[in-house]
Ligand binder design. Sequence first.
Ligand code: NAP
Length: 458
Amino acid sequence: MGLLPIELTYLAASILFILGLKGLSHPETARRGMIFAEIGMFLAIVGTLLHREIVSYEWIIAGLIIGSLIGGAISIWVPMTAMPQRTALSHAFGALAASLVGVSEYYRHSAVELGTFKMTALSLEVLLGGITVTGSLMAFIKLQDWVRGTPITYRGQNIFNMSLLAITVGMFGYLIFDPSAHSLFYAMAGLAFVFGVLLVLPIGAADMPVVMSLMNSYAGLAAAATGFAISNNVLIIAGTLDGFSGFILSILMCRAMNRSITNVLFGAFGAEVAAAEGGSAGVMREVKGEDIAVQLAYAGQVIFVPGYGMATAQAQHSVRELANMLEARGVTVKYAIHPVAGRMPGHMNVLLAEANVPYSSLYDLEQINAEFPTTDVAVVIGANDVVNPDARDNPKSPIAGMPILEADKARSVVVLKRGKGKGFAGIENPLFFKPNCGMLYGDAKTSLIKLAGAVQNA
Ligand code: NAP
């Protein structure tokens, strides 16, 4: 097949990727965006398979079958709450593919054939790919609780890591000018793999989503570098889109937590917060399901504030059922969505969409905060940090400045959680001690089912 049809297929694929990303920017268009991106990826694969340089279709077909089987199995058996781990593994595999292409291209070509430009692309591909492979695997291991999720730190860690990175980047620089330094190339690849592990070691499990979106960015840039190395336009475009969207997402997540990327990467967040917190005195008031049910049943407006606990309890369907019941009684029900509630971007949106909660009932921070003071009951479902008033009121709090959902301003607040467990930041939440706040202990799903039963009898 001639080159023009292949390039046109790549162009169509690239346009579909861009439309896909655009669609993903809003929950209502996200499904359509995914379909665009899937068709784009299909076209990119078809275009590549028609390429004149294909050596063996048999190996490609074998890879396609194995990959599809693994992908299919993952999509069926991995639960929604394990999505961060799944994503971490995907990044590791993608980056491994990019690194292997880089190594094989280096192995196949002489230093003269490679030249400065191709060598730069190859080295960048292997460098970023290597960091991403082990960094993502470390993220997976931490999220899966195979090693402790808290930051693993030691003295001089940042200096050691930075020195190692400087040496690796130095090797990268040298190779551009002397591609024939074979052992240096493989040493650089090895150090990149080691650096990936060391980079993620001091980062707490709950910061992994930011790390993964950074890894996503690195994997994308590695893919773009692969595109330059093997002169493949669709890889350049898709890799760049992936690289920059991942980077922008990391920045947005950090902003929503009022943290900087450097603080996430080098701050070992979660290790020293216990010492830094001010603490909160008082007693948490336990309330009975029946009393809350009466409040809910006769309320004018109820706002549900879902958080990580709703995800672990898989309570989204029960929330919807309770909401339906309240709406049938004439209560206005709204859902307040914090941008970093849960453990991955859009976590709450995805879960609530799964339970068919209409998008029009979801309100983000800026829209809903003004409504809390006129709301009868705010029901906090397994959320903690995103409703912690200390972020607003206590400048010494480790999460000071993080925008919060001001549930504490509602006339009455009910918090559904299992016990006195802390949130991701590991700090006390003064909301739980406020006179207008009651605690309903138990797994969120069980509590919601009980509440729904009690509302029916109210
Ligand atoms: P959170 O602060 O982590 O608190 C979750 C609460 O849920 C815990 O206090 C826990 O208390 C409760 N819980 C756990 N399992 C439960 C269950 N089965 N039933 C009922 N309650 C349960 O969650 P959040 O308020 O959603 O805040 C998210 C945090 O993650 C933020 O600090 C954010 O910065 C961070 N983060 C988010 C992202 C993201 O992309 N979304 C990325 C990085 C970091 P008990 O143990 O007492 O039940």
